[in-house]
Design a binder for this molecule. Sequence first.
Ligand SMILES: [Zn+2]
Length: 129
Amino acid sequence: MATPRRGRRRLPPVQTGLAGRCPDCGEGRLFKSLLSFVDNCAACGADFTNEDTGDGPAVFVIFIVGIFIIPMALGFHMILNPPLAVTFILWGLIIIGVCLWLLRLMRGIMFNISWQRKAREVRAQDFKT
Ligand SMILES: [Zn+2]
């Protein structure tokens, strides 16, 4: 296994994040399932076990869905006037699918940005002198 090269190369974080690739080498897969990260990059061995994107991606997804998708659902119901159950079921499935898809993309992008900027969680020992 190769040694991690965190922060050495500057691959475009949006490009590697959208592709779901390692922020270091751009080759290894970043996700082991729909939303969870792999522990190590299979290509370069970068360690992702302590990395986390926090709640940031969810905030962006909420804003995007709230601004673009919810008005489309309301417009669909107001213009076509289907039974309310049809609107709920159809747009409920669409909204869940869009949220999961966007969440994966945003997690990949934010993870790659934080990796390249060497961001990490603040710990209590950081404040000790
Ligand atoms: Zn890698």
